[in-house]
Design a binder for this molecule. Structure first.
Ligand code: MOS
Length: 739
């Protein structure tokens, strides 16, 4: 891998040693005395009811403590749809109430939890349950059923300008795009350990992207005060969105532990991960772009359908980027849902935009060829000076810088003008590019700073770090603000008892939490300046604004006093300050706030076997100021890996005769391997956004992936002249007839 451009000596990931030495403790790894193990028994029909469960042999099996199902699941306040007065329960559990009733909504739905004194005993007993079902007709086949408009639920239309502009366009492209179900597939499996103290005090070790939100969720489930629930998540082994909400392991473990008056651990299996923790919904899109002969867009029409569960709607912004990523007066979009007998989808790696930009950015490529224009030139031609949907000015938009640098770094001038016309080492060569975009914003957060007498600064907030490097980034913000060495700053997270922090999602953590870190550092600086004036003879007559903090010392002109000495003189063994930062500011509301990315890809395609080899990726982004270069770069690399998976590999497959997932394992669900990942160069504009927050960072988790699948598809088209609009792109879809 190339080193990041312009970065020489960035500090390493703060938790690197903990992680690579295995000292980092993930949810399932916490040791709790007297723990019991719960395993799910899952339905073998896709729709219907459980008629009976024969439990005799399982209950008699060694070590079995209980079998929890609709037959004996204890009353749980959050599972009740109605309050005692008959009104709707506003604090209901969000989503499927696992083990609550005998209704089967999808194949593989947990219908019983077997709890035993060991995992082996629980697994063995689970095999002994005999379940009778009443099966009903079900529907899982998205590609067939989406054609029946009566089955679709409207979810939102948008229109600006002339509705028939597409018919009048002088130049036009159109295409249908389909993306299969893709699953987050993190290393760490969903896991919950539930420990009750009495009837109303709960401690949970859980894999979650949001310890505070999980605390609230569990407090509502059991109708106990938030403060009686403690959620601990020290490390998260990847999530990509699948730990944004609590899945079935969470209530099952908590309900079982309460019933048994004993700690219970429930860890999903890998096959269960594929079926029970959400996924990117299967989608169909139709896009039409009209343009003038000079390449100016005159019309964009973008319609999409995506799957959801019958029992819960999941929507995402599939068509949204088409409304604002390019200047265009006439835009129509529609989005509909197809409910099926499947488990519910959820946000996954660039949710919405990742799907939409595959269609939009492939279509623009088509249009560029039709007009014999360069793909970058056509995008420049349609660059939006303001956000064309909201008409608001961008808080910052440096996509043009990305175009320029990306072209240079990938060697864009080597791109063949005519698809399929250039060979290298016997392989067809192609270059492609595409954009990504995602919202940038900030929410509320609270951070506590504790300065110890020895000069160690501890920052604390109840967030989790699922891998992007939040710990490292927060330390860097504080280090820069206070001119403090990074190795004397610690960031503590992963405990809901800490000051409330945001759920990690939607590329907002750095912006949201970083603002609170910034504010608490400003407050600490002020406090140190004031203490210096008050307690240090040398600073009595120095104005506060002339007192600097540097390298754990108080400095002004030639005067330099260690912070430790100040704290001793002030008789303060520690200084503790907590600061809240508010969400979206009034100034932010007057702007369109987005992060942008532009990916450049070079591919080789074998002219006979159509084997695809990605040779090089240059990924560029305008994510505002880059706080932590190493971890930001890693996120971009992760996006490239995910994008390669989306473009060439990932596809969850259903057997529509049973409703069962066929390839719910890493043997059957293909993800990129090391050998699939090429030389990758990451480049950031690295210019601060002046509006969103005081630290200038926008966010980059989602834009790292969004647009990549289209960039790869566009490069393959450039190499072969073949356009594949159905992911993943395979040799077969490129016309290879062999096996
Ligand atoms: Mo992200 S898909 O918001 O975890």
């Amino acid at each position: 891998m190339e080193k990041i451009i312009g970065i020489e000596n960035d500090s390493p990931r703060a938790d690197a040693v903990e992680k690579v030495t295995g000292r980092a403790k993930y949810a399932a790894e916490h040791r709790v005395d007297n723990i019991a193990y719960g395993v799910f028994v899952c339905s073998t029909i896709a729709k219907g009811t459980v008629l009976s469960i024969e439990e005799g042999p399982a209950r008699a099996a060694e070590g079995v403590l209980d079998i929890i199902s609709y037959k004996n699941c204890p009353t749980t306040p959050g599972y009740e749809p109605l309050l005692t007065d008959g009104s709707k329960n506003p604090k209901q559990w969000w989503g499927l109430k696992v083990l609550h009733d005998n209704i089967v909504r999808f194949y593989g739905q947990p219908v019983a939890l077997v709890v035993a004194d060991s995992l082996e005993n629980a697994n063995a007993a689970a095999q002994l349950l005999s379940i009778q079902y009443q099966a009903e007709a079900f529907e899982t086949d998205f590609n067939t059923l989406r054609k029946d408009a009566t089955k679709l639920k409207p979810s939102g239309n948008y229109s600006r300008g002339k509705a028939n502009a597409i018919e009048e366009a002088l130049v036009k492209v159109e295409g249908e795009y389909t993306i299969p179900v893709e699953v987050h597939s993190p290393m760490e499996l969903q896991a919950t350990i539930a420990v009750w103290e009495g009837d109303d005090k709960l401690t949970v070790y859980d894999k979650t992207q949001g310890p505070k939100s999980m605390q609230g969720t569990l407090a509502r489930l059991f109708a106990i005060p938030d403060k009686n629930v403690r959620v601990i998540v020290n490390y998260v082994g990847g999530a990509f969105g699948n730990a944004l909400r609590g899945w079935h392991n969470v209530p099952a473990a908590c309900i079982a532990a309460k019933k048994l008056k004993r700690p219970v651990k429930v860890v999903l299996t890998r096959p269960q991960m594929f079926n029970l923790t959400g996924y990117r919904p299967q989608s169909w899109q139709e896009i039409k772009i009209g343009a003038a002969p000079d390449g100016k867009f005159t019309s964009i029409v973008h319609n999409a359908i995506s799957m959801t569960a019958r029992y819960e709607d999941f929507r995402e912004g599939i068509v949204n980027a088409s409304r604002f990523l390019y200047a265009c007066d006439n835009v129509q979009t529609s989005y509909r849902l197809l409910p099926l007998d499947v488990s519910v989808p959820t946000w996954m790696r660039g949710p919405g935009e990742a799907t939409g930009c595959f269609a939009l950015e492939s279509s623009i490529d088509d249009l560029a060829y039709q007009l014999k224009m360069d793909p970058v030139a056509i995008r420049l031609k349609n660059f939006p000076e303001v956000n064309p949907e909201s008409k608001l000015p961008w808080s910052s938009n440096y996509l043009k810088d990305c175009y320029e640098k990306g072209k240079e770094l990938i060697g864009w001038s080597n791109r063949p003008q005519t698809p399929g016309s250039k060979k290298e080492e016997g392989m067809l060569v192609g270059y492609g590019m595409a954009n990504g975009v995602f919202g940038a914003s900030r929410g509320q957060a609270s951070v506590r700073a504790i300065l110890q007498e020895n000069g160690t600064l501890i920052l604390q907030s109840a967030v989790s770090d699922m891998g992007p490097g939040t710990t490292t980034a927060m330390i860097k913000i504080a280090a820069e603000n206070l001119q403090w060495p990074v190795d004397r700053i610690k960031f503590t997270l992963g405990d809901s008892d800490l000051p409330p922090g945001p759920t990690q999602g939607g590329s907002t953590t750095t912006s949201t939490l970083g603002t609170a870190v910034h504010l608490v550092c400003e407050a600490l600086k002020k406090s140190l300046q004031e203490l210096a004036q008050l307690h240090l003879e040398e600073f009595k007559n120095v104005e506060v604004k002339n007192i600097e903090i540097k390298n754990v010392s108080i400095v002004s002109g030639g005067i330099n006093v260690a912070v430790a000495e100040l704290m001793k003189k002030a008789q303060k063994p520690s200084i503790e300050i907590t600061k809240d930062s508010q969400g979206t500011s009034a100034q932010e509301l007057k702007h369109a706030t987005n992060s942008f990315s532009c990916h450049f890809v070079k591919v080789h395609v074998h002219p006979k076997t159509m084997e695809i080899k990605i040779k090089e990726v240059v990924t560029t982004a305008d994510a505002g100021k880059i706080i932590s270069e190493n971890t930001a770069r890693s996120q971009m690399l992760g996006g490239v890996v995910g994008g390669i998976g989306m473009a060439l590999k990932e596809e969850l497959t259903f057997d529509h005769s049973t409703g069962q997932i066929i390839n719910a394992s890493f043997a059957g669900y293909r993800v990129p391997l090391h050998t699939d990942i090429p030389k990758t160069t990451v480049w950031f504009v690295n210019k601060p956004d002046p509006i969103i927050n005081p630290i200038g960072a926008k966010g980059l988790g989602e834009i790292a992936l969004i647009g990549l699948a289209a960039a790869i598809s566009n490069a393959i088209y450039n190499a072969t002249g073949k356009r594949v609009r159905d992911l993943p792109i395979t040799p077969k879809k490129l016309g290879f007839k062999g096996k």
